[in-house]
Design a protein around this ligand. Structure first.
Ligand code: KG4
Ligand code: ZN
Length: 336
């Protein structure tokens, strides 16, 4: 079953064709990041307009690269939640038009389910059940993935998402949006013990909280400024990466032990973080657990993951119709 996936929930316009949820036939990602960088973050109105301009070309290229016509695919899958609503609606309406004109089924996909599904493409042996740590610019979740479309949220952030925290810490040492990857890059020239950062207290054993860490970094920067000094970006980066990856993995490990999982999956933009990957690799090996990491090409937003999850949604009989709407918020456990 060949599925055309479409993604437009934030600042990437993407389309891909994936066969049977596992084999990538094509993948096109058009990123708007350079434009949003000028404003220090994603400007929703601009994002929507850029999606409108590029979606047709992106989808055409994905079909051409797969040597297919729109009539040749078996279904059209699209991110319908969560995300910037104006941006989501561009993809949803394009997908509705395409599915209607070609007489193909329409499959709405939850963006975060998609991030998990990126791992199905990378790891042909991976099947639920497993425990997933899903960390992106908008989400930080520990989720029991019981089946391809069956989830239980075990823990979540009570304030900022992990990616948001990385981006804000990066900004405090002068790195432009999106700073997470830049912070990661310079961290390897820094001393991870240079700046002591607090371990946040959270209600709920498997929940996260990152706003206190963000404040701690801002205070460090202010204190340094008042003394006429500057934070050493590499040292701050190393200290922050070590702290956050430690917190993320520790809670994941606790949840895995409590709920009896020995198969762990990382997903989302922050799963590209080299400290988190190293920590997860080392500590899961020490416990004899199987760890699945998405390749760096699939950690950020893309349409391969939407087409992959779309296949499993289709297998479960999930369909959208011409009344399909987009939604800014939706739990991973909810069904369209
Ligand atoms: O999953 P994603 O591409 O978009 C959302 O669905 O939100 O995640 C983007 C987030 C951004 O906050 C970005 O700074 C962060 O992932 N990120 C990283 C790294 N690469 C991307 N954070 C830390 N280290 C990285 N290497
Ligand atoms: Zn995402």
């Amino acid at each position: 079953m060949k599925i055309l996936g479409i993604e437009s929930s934030c600042d990437e316009t993407a389309a891909a064709v994936v066969e049977d949820g596992r084999t990538v036939l094509s993948s096109v990602v058009h990123t708007q990041v350079a434009e949003h960088e000028l404003y220090g973050g994603v400007v929703p109105e601009l994002a929507s307009r850029r999606h409108v301009e590029s979606i047709c070309g992106v989808v055409k290229k994905a079909l051409r690269d797969a040597s297919l016509k729109a009539e040749d695919v078996d279904a059209v899958a699209v991110t319908a939640a969560p995300g910037l609503i104006g941006a989501v609606l561009v993809g949803v309406n394009f997908a509705k038009g395409l599915a209607l004109s070609c007489g193909k089924p329409l499959i709405p996909v939850h963006h975060i389910r998609g991030h998990v599904a990126a791992n199905y493409v990378a790891h042909p042996d991976l099947k639920p059940p497993f425990l997933a740590l899903i960390v992106s610019g908008g989400h930080s979740h520990i989720v029991a993935v019981r089946d391809y479309c069956d989830y239980e949220i075990l823990g979540r952030t009570t304030d900022d998402a992990a990616g948001e925290a990385f981006d804000k810490a990066a900004r405090s040492v002068g790195l432009s949006y999106p700073g997470g990857v830049k912070l990661d890059k310079i961290s390897h020239e820094g001393n991870p013990e240079a700046y002591p950062l607090p371990t946040p207290h959270t209600e709920g054993e498997f929940n996260f909280s990152f706003s206190g860490l963000k404040t701690a970094v801002i205070n460090l920067a202010h204190n340094a400024e008042q003394k006429g000094e500057r934070l050493v970006p590499e040292d701050l980066a190393a200290s922050f990466c070590k702290k956050v990856s430690g917190i993320l993995w520790e809670k994941t490990e606790k949840a895995a032990s409590r709920y009896g999982f020995d198969k762990i999956v990382l997903a989302g933009g922050v799963s590209a973080n080299s400290w988190l990957r190293a920590e997860a690799e080392e500590r899961s090996a020490a416990r004899g657990w199987s760890l699945y990491l998405p390749p760096l090409s699939l950690t950020g937003d893309n349409a391969v993951m939407i087409a992959a999850q779309g296949y499993y949604e289709a297998q479960a009989g999930h369909r959208g119709d011409m009344t399909l709407n987009g939604f800014p918020y939706m739990e991973i456990t909810e069904q369209f």
